[in-house]
Design a binder for this molecule. Structure first.
Ligand code: UDX
Length: 432
């Protein structure tokens, strides 16, 4: 086909869209990225990133000449044949994925054979088929993203695999997407649309299952005196299991796992299938956050009017993302028990302020810990390893640390005069 629309089109410049746009630009492509949010586009035009992601500012600066940011769909359609759809699909009250933004994108596209919609947004299996029913001429490719926040640029440039799903009639578009990704290496999985959609949901649900599994093992370890870190190390050496995603803690959060596990559960439920395992994965994750309260009460008795300091609020380190962060449930539960909650996070505090209006946002870990009966490590920010724990203890009313991510060295913390509680580690029942 002859066409001069050789730019890569990106629709929706949120986290996935911006990483996709800047990385394709860095690979040497012209990229036209479109969003309906004018303030966002203005900011990006002047080189200011709208997300916190390591390396993104450098990519924006380095590729300024290859990147066009626009609010005009016509501009994208005029310059690009491949349109990467990166709008978000947040969960609805029913737990289904909200596809209204995806639908708005589809409605804005002409039903021609000149363009292809490449779906990056996480959508339920069957979405591609439904879109194709309405837009028979438009080519459609499912190309789910597997990026992790905080390492997204590295993940994009070094994929384990790239999944490209297309049905008959859309092969030209799948070939074009494959050509874009081929230089990155990584296994290229060419498949049909429904399978590609399911690969994404099943992968995230499986990883979430791994986390809930190791969290339950940790809870049993607390009863038996075993150390879950040792157990995970021993398990992970079995190649069939692998060492990743076996870190016990206070549960998973973020914009993907909670949403995707729930979406897969609802998808199954809507077809009449009861996905029992995922119910347990979700319930374990919910209870895991709440177990911290029992750990605190074991040492402190009632939490009423006690000050509890949370170190870290973001759902994981190196991001300011507060979506589905464990800290939200934990802070609310602590306040429900009458505790006064103070918190410090190196960068997520601004994002957290509106979500946690009754929590005292402190300027430092030391400030949060002043007068506190306990410190709870919620997010494993590297800077917390450098804290002067002995000095911190001096400021507290009770020397108690609950390490919600098994991040700290128990010996260091104990040597600083603290009682240390991890998740599934010796000492949890006073044994260490
Ligand atoms: C995840 C998927 O990894 C990624 O492939 C997908 O594209 C989006 O969702 P992300 O949400 O950025 O990425 O975070 P990830 O690093 O996977 O962590 C998710 C949550 O699980 C975090 O809250 C983290 O603290 C928790 N986690 C992770 C554990 O509790 N234990 C682990 O062993 C691993």
């Amino acid at each position: 086909m002859t066409d001069n629309r050789d730019a890569v089109g990106v629709i929706g410049v949120g986290w996935v869209g911006l990483v996709t746009a800047t990385c394709f630009a860095d690979l040497g492509h012209q990229v036209v990225a479109m969003d309906i949010n004018e303030a966002k586009i203005e900011s990006l035009r002047s080189g200011r990133s709208t997300i916190h992601e390591p390396g993104i500012d450098e990519l924006l600066a380095r590729n300024a000449e290859r990147l066009t940011f626009t609010t005009s769909m016509d501009e994208v359609l005029g310059r690009a044949r491949l349109l990467f759809c990166c709008v978000d699909t947040p969960p609805t009250y029913s737990g289904d994925a909200d596809l209204s933004r995806v639908r708005a994108v589809v409605q804005a596209l002409p039903d021609d054979s000149e363009h292809a919609l490449v779906m990056k947004s996480t959508v339920p299996a069957g979405t591609g088929r439904a879109i194709k029913r309405d837009r028979k001429g438009l080519a459609y490719v499912s190309c789910p993203e597997f990026l992790k926040e905080g390492t997204a640029i590295h993940d994009f440039m070094n994929p384990d695999r790239v999944v490209i799903g297309a049905d008959p009639g859309s092969e030209w578009a799948a070939d074009a997407v494959e050509a874009l990704y081929r230089p990155l290496g990584g296994e290229l999985v060419r498949t049909d649309v429904a399978s590609a959609e399911m690969i994404k949901l099943a992968s995230n649900a499986f990883l979430a299952t791994k986390i809930s599994f190791i969290n339950e093992i940790a809870n049993v370890c607390e009863e038996t005196g075993a150390d879950v870190m040792e157990v995970a190390r021993g398990m992970g050496l079995d190649k069939r299991i692998g060492p990743a995603f076996l870190r016990a803690g206070i549960g998973y959060g973020g914009s993907c796992f909670p949403k995707d596990v729930s979406a897969l559960k609802m998808l199954a439920g809507n077809t009449g299938y009861h996905f029992q395992l995922l119910n347990a994965v979700i319930e374990v994750n919910e209870l895991q956050k709440r177990r911290v309260v029992a750990k605190l009460e074991k040492h402190l008795g009632s939490l009423a009017d006690r000050r509890i300091a949370l170190l870290g609020l973001a759902f994981k380190p190196n991001t300011d993302d507060m979506r589905e962060a464990s800290s939200l449930v934990l802070a609310a539960r602590l306040e429900g028990e009458g505790a006064k909650v103070a918190a410090y996070d190196p960068i997520a505090q601004d994002a957290a302020r509106d979500l946690l209006p009754t929590v005292e946002m402190s300027g430092s870990a030391e400030e949060a810990a002043a007068g506190a009966a306990a410190v709870v490590l919620v997010t494993e920010w590297p800077e917390f390893l450098q804290l002067d724990w002995a000095a911190l203890r001096e400021r507290m009313s009770t020397p108690l640390v609950v390490d919600g991510r098994n991040f700290l060295d128990p010996q260091t913390i104990k040597a600083a005069g603290f009682t240390y509680e991890g998740i599934g580690r010796p000492g949890a029942n006073g044994t260490g």
